[in-house]
Design a protein around this ligand. Structure first.
Ligand SMILES: *Cc1c(COP(=O)(O)O)cnc(C)c1O
Length: 233
């Protein structure tokens, strides 16, 4: 009857099957894994359809698009900021997001603190780590990670909830398994330091091309766009 809903339902079913297998391989339940549906460039009607199928965690990488969709989508859902975030744009989303996945520098954290305080909110963030040392990617380098976390941990309106990374694209996701394993090991190291305001509850890693490998290596948030909605135009 509703073909849009049908193909989304099929895609979701396929993803859920793969998540179940990967979760089982890593000794976890499928419910332990959260799908953030990446809705960048996707029209509101499709987003509402995906929410109706039960995916209520939504990810955007552009501030303006997130703010606009936040106003348009009249469903109960949670917004995640997953991409590069310019300091001067924090003000547009700080009252709207559930989790910011991409904090990678102190200036950005300072601005989030400032605006969160203004809105009387505590903002949950992940630290984005550039594990693969690609020059074009954002994220803090491993050698600067602890220093950054220490600095951010004193901010009263920010809670560090885990780590995020983007693996390099490779047709064969086995080739990036090491990247995911590295992020997981970093999160274990940090957890053991028992820092105030810092927990390693979430590991946000894995996209359409590599989420199964990421889950096998410990991801509990995967950010999926293409596998759900099809290729972006
Ligand atoms: C676009 C995007 C995704 C989703 O990518 P797909 O390959 O379409 O699943 C995940 N994470 C970030 C940060 C993105 O920008």
């Amino acid at each position: 009857m509703n073909s849009e809903l049908d193909y989304l339902r099929e895609n979701l079913k396929c993803i859920m099957n793969k998540i179940e297998k990967a979760a089982t391989k890593s000794g976890r339940k499928p419910d332990d894994i959260t799908i953030v549906a990446v809705t960048k460039t996707i029209e509101p009607d499709k987003i509402m359809a995906i929410i109706d199928l039960g995916l209520i965690e939504l990810g955007e990488n552009r501030v303006q698009e997130l703010a606009k969709k936040y106003d348009i989508i009249n469903r109960k859902c949670n917004w995640h900021h997953i991409g590069n975030l310019q300091t001067n744009k924090v003000k547009y989303i700080v009252d709207k997001v559930k989790l910011i996945h991409s904090v990678d520098r102190i200036e950005l954290a300072q601005e989030i603190q400032k605006k969160a305080e203004k809105y009387g909110r505590i903002i949950d963030i992940l630290i984005q780590v550039n594990v693969s040392l690609e020059e074009t990617k954002s994220g803090v380098f491993e050698e600067n990670l602890i220093e950054l976390i220490n600095k951010i941990s004193v901010f009263e309106n920010i809670k560090i909830k885990g780590l995020m990374t983007l693996a390099p694209y490779d047709e064969n996701p086995e080739k990036v398994r090491d990247v995911f394993r590295k992020l997981r090991n970093l999160s274990i190291d940090i957890e053991q330091k028992n820092l105030d305001n810092v927990s390693m509850e979430f590991l946000s890693m894995g996209m359409s091309n590599d989420y199964e490998v990421a889950i096998e290596e410990g991801a509990n948030i995967v950010r999926i766009g293409t596998a759900l909605f099809g290729r972006r135009s």
